[in-house]
Design a protein around this ligand. Sequence first.
Ligand code: CDP
Ligand code: MG
Length: 137
Amino acid sequence: MERTLSIIKPDGVGRCLIGEVIKRLESSNIKIIAMKMLKMTKKQAQGFYTVHKERPFFDSLTDFMSSGPVVVMVLEAENVISKYRDLMGATNYKEAEKGTIRRNFATDIEKNVVHGSDSQESASFEINYFFNSFEIV
Ligand code: CDP
Ligand code: MG
């Protein structure tokens, strides 16, 4: 069993896509083992995306991620890191496979509805960023 961190980003929450994303997770046999809604400060968003701090999109991305509430979840399944990234689709929704969350709902390369960890190392950092051991059930 593997774990990953999922975020429904402020655009996804604002556009009432929480249920849509959760429905896709549950119908793919991905188990939600922790979940909460919160609003990040700019500093918290910068800390979360610290791997991207030198990227040109960092400032805009962290403004966006702290612009409204998000839903953060810990997901569990076999190979869930790649399984969930397959459900999300490519970062750029224009290049994402048909039927993926981003292809269906993203409006912009930045406003792409969902986040998912990209490796076991980042999953572990990202899960611990939002959840303590008592919150993972
Ligand atoms: O989210 P993902 O792992 O697919 O992509 P990333 O390369 O880790 O980038 C993190 C996030 O930054 C993306 O999901 C986009 O919201 C944003 N981004 C952007 O605004 N412009 C880019 N050229 C690349 C990413
Ligand atoms: Mg990433």
